[in-house]
Design a protein around this ligand. Structure first.
Ligand SMILES: [Zn+2]
Length: 149
């Protein structure tokens, strides 16, 4: 991985792995108005001009806002066809077809991360999707059995 230098106001403020930069930008450690350079480059580039663009293969980084598996690793859970499951609540024995769906995090935070960078937004959205809970509509329990119709 290429190590890149970040400069602000004419002096180098840090050296980071290139793949970590979008997350650092999202966290505010590196500003879009900072400049970056790596060995072999003729001149410094503005961070915002380079690291805002969605990258073809965003690499997961421990510094991302939602420290969860990256979107690339997301389709681990096999998706069952919606509407073909019947749920039984293990707490109140209520049977139902439509569970209450609750997502982790907040929609405002999601907007915020998307506004900063598509990479940060992507991580946050993936985290929310992975953290989605299905709850019993009667008692709110997460302890559900599901079975096909
Ligand atoms: Zn219940």
């Amino acid at each position: 991985m290429a190590r890149i230098h970040i400069a602000r106001g004419g002096s180098v403020i840090g050296v980071h792995e290139e793949h970590a930069v979008p997350a650092l930008v999202a966290l505010g450690e590196v500003r879009r108005t900072d400049h970056w350079w790596r060995e072999g480059m003729r001149s410094w580039e503005r961070v915002g001009a380079t690291f805002d663009a969605p990258r073809p293969n965003p690499t997961p980084s421990p510094a991302t806002p939602a420290s969860r598996p990256a979107p690339a690793a997301a389709p681990a859970r096999p998706s069952k066809p919606a509407g073909h499951l019947r749920y039984t609540c293990l707490r109140c024995q209520h049977r139902f077809a439509e569970p209450k769906v609750e997502k982790e995090g907040s929609f405002l935070a999601e907007l915020f991360y998307w506004a900063i960078s598509p990479v940060a937004g992507g991580f946050y959205t993936a985290g929310r999707v992975l953290g989605t809970k299905h709850l019993c509509p009667r008692c709110g329990s997460e302890q559900l059995n599901d079975e096909p119709w």
